[in-house]
Design a protein around this ligand. Structure first.
Ligand code: DGJ
Length: 741
């Protein structure tokens, strides 16, 4: 049993394998948060944790609750306007305009398992997996508002998933002005907040700051989780490292506007709120209507960041990603985008596909430019019909030829978008999102379809379904290349306009679900100008995502390293591309490009027909090597060893280890060469301490504990005839630790 309830004291103790999450019902009927952290014993009550001395100059509840001062308490789901002056978890507007409500405990029930949500991506479990879900019902008899707080306990993975369902049991309408997915109050503020910020082509760079009094937050109002901020954040004790120390993770299974807010109040209490960004949100609940928030993912580790990332990775594989693909080896692909951009014909594509087959590549992806009259990015989005000028024999013909080479075939779409120069726009000029009487703002010369409208989603579905069916597609790359401006719902009444952003994302999810239901064997990869929608909402439908448009190996080390804190390697599309790199102009060795891309879903994105014989042979070897270790690279236990965001930022290393710890591959990357460098060692992690290993087939053997604590000497001598040694610029070395039989 992962949920213990003391019915008398009304204490709820949720236990995962290594953590405890405890709350209780307080004197006034509110829920009080007691503890989240390392697993502790179940007791009848934890009064000591709730103890508060009365303080002067504070708002206090009336004579029955003389000592009850909401501003100095830790609570579970705070209301607005009843004495807690921190930002609340929810807020309403009642028909008379009042924003005040008060949710008091009304009961609880526990169910086995975790059911999927119907309109939102969500965690799930099979009946036999020991997952339990606790629902606490809260009610405000004066307004008729009811809220159910859901807590699903994923014991094995050390994860708790939270969400809230609001219902209107009154005869009047109630407007939800804020409906966060989860609130967590912590007893002090001695934490660093770690978030992942960036922009196009430099996504998810680690940002670390000590908490300060007041509010600090990350969020997005772009109707996408965004390149700029990511919903994944951590709170860690300052001394926490990769393998020791306390750290909390927070993420949201959602792809739209979000807010992760951390507030430190005057008693040094820390409140984390995570959910839909309240700024562009409101939801009208008519009598008997309900609203379901997205789900928040909470996790705690006492063994530092690596442990935390690993438990999240396990959770995603078991309870978030489409089970059809979650543990399936992902194909090695070649994508024609950086090879041809818009300029291709069937011969060119087939030449690439043929070469790909020779090199051992498994999937050919035809990217942007195959439809309408799309010779540049000004036209044709929405016209999901083949461009007969480029592919006169049609898509099925090309698909047959690709399949005939023994390759899978994948196709690019940007389903949510419309170009003004398109047949779709001619027919339906009113289908794009636009604010009345204003000229809509273009992004990459394109506009956004109003996905809150069923007929629009249905039209796009029909076109995509035809393409998928007629060409027997194995893979779809779903791109999204602009953020949404001019947000206005032409079909929504004035008082429901703030529902638009959330309804838009529900439309996106609806289309994904319809396509998956109809084509369960198609692998989806999500993309948003690279990593602009790298979030758990997308991962529920599309098991992998294009991590970044920046394929420069050095940039990718940082991007993949940052991403790895909150996401699994198998979620990261990682391609070897041409040099000089299109985004940075940098020339890195092919070996380095391969050794970075190995630690994700490997692909190639360059004109492989133009490579020298030597380069082709090298790619063939890379592909064969990756296939041999694919399971390890995609699904092994991932360890960050040395951060490119720390120290002199000149070196990075990471490692994957197999389940029985008999095989590990570590990579060490050096950015710039240093003359006469210091002597270096690589410190492995996750090995069996008592086993002997050979490194790269060495004669000498090393104990696991030796490799972890004494380290392995890294060769530093620069041989100018062999410029790619460990100390040359942009070099990458692999260290394969194989256990001795
Ligand atoms: C942006 C994506 O990130 C690229 O990989 C490529 O698909 C282009 N869009 C195509 O327009």
């Amino acid at each position: 049993m992962s949920i213990s309830v003391n019915q008398q004291a009304k204490v709820f103790h949720l236990q995962t394998a290594h953590s405890s999450y405890i709350f209780h019902v307080m004197a006034n009927g509110d829920l009080g948060q007691l503890y989240f952290g390392r697993k502790i014993h179940v007791k009848d009550h934890y009064d000591n944790l709730a103890k508060r001395e009365r303080r002067e100059a504070m708002v206090a509840w009336g004579k029955d609750f003389d000592d009850f001062q909401p501003d100095n308490l830790k609570t579970e789901y705070a209301a607005f306007g009843r004495g807690d002056f921190r930002d609340p978890a929810y807020q309403i507007a009642a028909e008379n305009g009042s924003r005040i409500s008060e949710l008091a405990y009304a009961g609880y029930h526990i169910e086995d398992g975790k059911a999927r949500l119907s309109e939102l991506p969500s965690a799930f479990s099979q009946p036999s997996e020991g997952v339990q879900t606790l629902t606490i019902d809260l009610a405000d008899p004066l307004t008729g508002l009811q809220a159910s707080l859901h807590y699903s306990v994923f014991e094995q993975e050390d994860v708790i998933v939270r969400s809230t369902t609001f219902s209107n049991l009154s005869d009047n309408k109630i407007i939800l002005r804020r409906a966060m997915s989860a609130q967590l109050d912590l007893p002090d503020s001695r934490f660093q907040m770690i978030s992942f910020a960036g922009s196009w082509a430099r996504e998810r760079q680690e940002v670390k700051n000590a908490l300060k009094p007041g509010i600090q937050s990350v969020g997005s109002l772009r109707t996408a989780s965004s390149h700029q901020e990511n919903p994944f954040i951590m709170l860690a004790r300052p001394e926490t490292s990769e393998d020791t120390g306390d750290v909390f993770a927070f993420n949201l299974i959602y792809s739209g506007n979000f807010l992760d807010q951390v507030e430190v109040n005057h008693y040094d209490l820390t409140r984390v709120l995570i959910g839909i960004h309240p700024e562009e949100f409101a939801w009208t609940l008519d009598p008997n209507e309900s609203f379901q928030t997205p789900e928040a993912v909470l996790s705690f580790s006492k063994q530092g960041f690596n442990q935390l990332s690993q438990q999240l990775t396990n959770f995603y594989a078991n309870h978030l990603v489409n089970p059809r693909f979650a543990k399936q080896p992902r194909p090695i692909l070649v994508n024609n985008w950086e090879a041809t951009y818009f300029d291709f014909n069937e011969d060119k594509l087939l030449a690439i596909a043929k070469k790909a087959a020779e090199l051992g590549i498994e999937l050919f992806v035809l990217d942007d430019g195959w439809f309408g009259h799309r010779d540049d990015d000004h036209t044709s989005l929405g016209d999901w019909f083949v461009d007969k000028k480029k592919l006169p024999q049609g898509l099925p013909h090309l698909a047959d030829a690709v399949h005939g080479l023994g390759l899978k075939f994948g196709l690019w779409f940007e389903p949510e978008m419309i170009s003004m120069a398109s047949e779709l726009y001619k027919k339906h000029p009113d289908w794009l999102i636009v604010s009345p009487k204003r000229q809509p703002i273009a992004g990459r010369n394109q506009y956004v379809l109003d996905f809150t409208r069923n007929e629009i989603v249905d039209t796009v579905f029909q076109m995509m379904a035809q393409r998928i069916e007629e060409s027997h597609l194995d893979y779809v790359k779903w791109d999204m290349n602009r953020y949404i401006t001019d947000m206005f719902g032409s079909q929504l009444p004035a008082d429901r306009q703030l529902e638009m952003a959330h309804r838009y994302i529900l439309g996106v999810y609806h289309l994904y679900q319809r396509l998956i239901d109809r084509f369960p064997d198609v692998l989806f990869e999500s993309c948003a100008s690279g990593g602009g929608r790298f979030d758990l909402g997308m991962m529920y439908y599309a098991p992998q995502a294009w991590t970044s448009d920046n394929t420069d190996a050095l940039s990718r080390i940082q991007i993949q390293y940052g991403t790895s804190y909150g996401y699994a390697p198998s979620m990261m599309g990682a391609h070897v591309s041409d040099v000089p790199n299109y985004q940075t102009g940098r020339i890195t060795p092919l070996s380095t490009r391969g050794r970075v891309a190995y630690f994700g879903d490997l692909g190639y994105e360059l004109d492989i027909t133009k490579l020298s014989e030597k380069e082709q042979q090298e790619i063939k070897k890379q592909v064969a090597f990756y296939k041999r270790h694919r399971q390890l690279f995609q699904f092994g236990t991932f360890y960050r060893l040395q951060s490119p965001f720390a120290g002199d930022k000149n070196v990075a290393s990471w490692e994957v280890v197999n389940a029985d710890r008999t095989l590990a591959i570590a990579a060490r990357y050096q950015f710039l060469n240093r003359p006469n460098p210091a002597y270096l060692r690589l410190y492995f992690m996750g090995l069996s301490p008592d086993r002997l290993y050979r490194i790269n087939g060495s004669e000498e053997t090393f104990f696991g504990d030796e490799l972890e604590d004494a380290g392995y000497a890294v060769d530093q001598i620069l041989d100018i005839n062999q410029p790619m040694t460990a100390s040359a610029d942009f070099s990458a070395h692999l260290f394969i630790a194989q256990a001795v039989e």
